[in-house]
Ligand binder design. Structure first.
Ligand code: XMP
Length: 309
């Protein structure tokens, strides 16, 4: 791909489509939405309204981090606090969880779009998202029109612009780098739109999300030196017996997932040194006392997927 030409073409396309109107973009701080935001900002400047929906399902310190990174690029991000809205998702069914997340997410975004009178919605949808949703692998939160859902249903602007929809993750990283985004964005591991909701099996409660958030921070820090394609923690829906101060204790189970991949279509488990896995277990059980077991997932994609939901 000729990255410079791609950027020129997309900037021009966005500029022509949006004209003198305003556009909204849901910025999560991941590489796809960050790249979309910078492309659109180049095209329409302050008529772009980047919105970070703080759904309570992000990693530690995320809204501050995103605001700070984009402030340095002279892009002002609006943070919308919407934690309460997302925790009514009580189902354990993975696809229903995804669909409920999508509905809540877009309703929030629709509300913000109306507030700013935005006529266009920009999304960082990539080719893999579209393919997997169409094939029924999963309900990708950012794929709508391709499966026949009209954005109007969620009160969103009628026109959706998806400048990255022909690219895969590796292509997006190249564009992000060329656009001058910092390595902490273009080298960052993918993080799914529905956030930690894809890593909590069973009921989604603030307490359960907190457990997986803390475990995720530990996993990301301890495995950073190996630069895996993606590494994270998952909270199982069941519990298991363990020992605590000599007494039996029915505790949570955390799974560590670390995979290697180029485009997320296939993945293999990372070969993590045994001592590192042991350190991870020790830290997780010590720093999150409700956890009594830590497991390492050995399953490639296929037969597994990368995420658990
Ligand atoms: P799976 O779990 O299907 O994931 O093997 C493949 C890649 O996609 C990411 N993923 C998502 N990204 N919205 C996103 O933006 C989503 O709903 C979503 N679900 C999964 C996942 O992290 C992996 O990199």
């Amino acid at each position: 791909m000729d990255v410079k030409k791609f950027i020129e073409e997309k900037v021009e396309e966005i500029r022509e489509t949006v004209g003198q109107n305003r556009a909204i973009v849901a910025l999560s701080g991941g590489v796809d939405s960050s790249t979309t935001t910078v492309l659109a900002h180049r095209a329409i400047g302050k008529r772009l309204i980047p919105v970070f929906i703080d759904d309570g399902l992000m990693r530690e310190g995320e809204s501050r981090r995103v605001k700070d990174i984009f402030r340095k690029l002279d892009i002002r991000v609006r943070v919308v606090r919407a934690r309460r809205e997302f925790f009514y998702i009580t189902t354990a069914n993975p696809e229903v969880k995804r669909r409920k997340f999508r509905r809540t997410f877009y309703r929030m975004l629709g509300r913000v779009a109306r507030r700013y009178k935005a006529k266009f919605l920009l999304q960082g949808t990539i080719l893999t998202d579209i393919e997997e949703t169409k094939r029924g692998v999963k309900t990708q939160h950012n794929v709508l029109e391709q499966i026949g859902i009209k954005p109007k249903r969620f009160g969103l602007p009628p026109v959706v612009i998806e400048p990255l929809k022909e690219l895969r993750k590796d292509g997006v990283r190249e564009v992000a780098k060329e656009l001058g985004l910092p390595p902490e964005i273009y080298e960052r591991m993918p993080f799914p739109g529905p956030g930690l909701a894809t890593r909590v099996l069973g009921r989604l409660t603030p307490q359960r999300v907190n457990i997986v958030r803390k475990a995720t921070t530990i996993v990301e820090k301890e495995l950073a030196e190996f630069k895996p394609f993606q590494a994270f923690a998952v909270l199982m829906s069941d519990k298991a017996t363990g020992m605590k101060k000599g007494k039996r204790h029915f505790g949570n189970i955390i799974v560590i997932r670390s995979v290697e991949s180029t485009d997320a279509r296939t993945a293999t488990p990372s070969q993590i040194p045994w001592e590192v896995l042991q350190r991870l277990q020790q830290r997780i059980c010590k720093e999150i006392p409700s956890v009594s077991r830590v497991l390492y997932d050995l399953t490639p994609k296929e037969p597994a997927t990368i995420e658990y939901i």
